[in-house]
Design a protein around this ligand. Sequence first.
Ligand code: ADE
Length: 422
Amino acid sequence: MTTEIARGDVKDMALAERGKVRIEWADATMPVLALIRRRFAQEKPLTGVKIAACLHVTTETANLMRTLKAGGAEVSLCASNPLSTQDDVAAALNAYYDVPTYAIKGEDRDTYYRHIDQVLDTRPNITMDDGNDLVTRIHQDRPDLVEGIFGGTEETTTGVIRLQSMQREGALTYPIIAVNEALTKHMFDNRYGTGQSTIDGLLRATNVLLAGKRAVVAGYGWCGRGVASRLSGLGANVIVTEVDPVRALEAVMDGYLVMPMAEAAKVADVIITVTGDINVLDGEDFAVMKDGVIIANTGHFNDEINIPQLEAMSQSQKVLRDFVEEFVVEGKRIFLLAEGRLLNLSAAEGHPAAVMDMSFANQSLSAEYLTRNKGSLPVGVYPVPKDIDHHIAELKLKSMGIDIDVLTEEQKRYLASWQSGT
Ligand code: ADE
């Protein structure tokens, strides 16, 4: 049942209590964000700022929303993917946290964009995006909103690549901080977060035994590195496909087989795409796959696997269990997971809270930075300031009870000098 309520649009408000309990569970492993929330509650650095967020609607995102609200912001939220919403969280955000939330797991394309528009109807001052759909909507269809916006943030690699294209073409109209580029974001969220949560999605959807299987990972960026390492840890023989020679070389020296997809597709038991590009698995690959191969995507958009082509080549198509669809191509079964949408957030719960802690600390502090520098940042794509990045690493280590060494004065002087040598 879909419940349209005064503020927000969610599947079922009766799920709100369950969502609240799960949000609090996640909060217990987000200590850095909690610290920021406590400071925000005292200092109110976001007073009067309207934030439109288009993010995966998860327990971790709910804790980010609570933090922004503690800072005095007015926040509304829609989904950044039609299949990643946790319906109980969406209900709880409306019911308990005063965050109008427009998101229903499995929503169709029209509903997805209606929800984006509803969030934009608040006429935000800051956009907080994951994949750039919000920013694209503003620039293509709602340019009247730009005059009220003083900045934005972007969570993910795909979104940052799109922002850079916008900047190159002179299309971007306000400053946006590329949160993904912070070291405390991509080195942990993209690698360990995607690594673990993708396996989680794969196992929840299929319960497949990975030991001894041939698992292909397409793309060896930070996310691909994480997925390959976790598949390997579970005993799979990992093959990596790449287009970048340096990354391919890194994969070789990390101990994986590297080969073109045309070869890998013939021997794979499992294939996971995580490249950020389209048609990484295409007709010629489907044609040579083994009977029973599992294919899935964990990149941002659902165009890495050419699903229309797979449908066109199939004699039959049927859903076998949640998030598993069987396609029969020339008598061979190909199992597609989660409609080719990001597996970790569709079939599982996304990255663990402990890693989203740092990503969303970056988001919170970037929103504060944008507000403090309102009007003074030229249009462009910005990194998270280095001091923020380092501060988050320090807080995270502290929360884990880990101390590190500090440079002595003598060591500092040595590092700053050039005179002494062999
Ligand atoms: N992206 C990946 N995992 C996520 C999560 N748990 N919450 C929000 N965005 C995510």
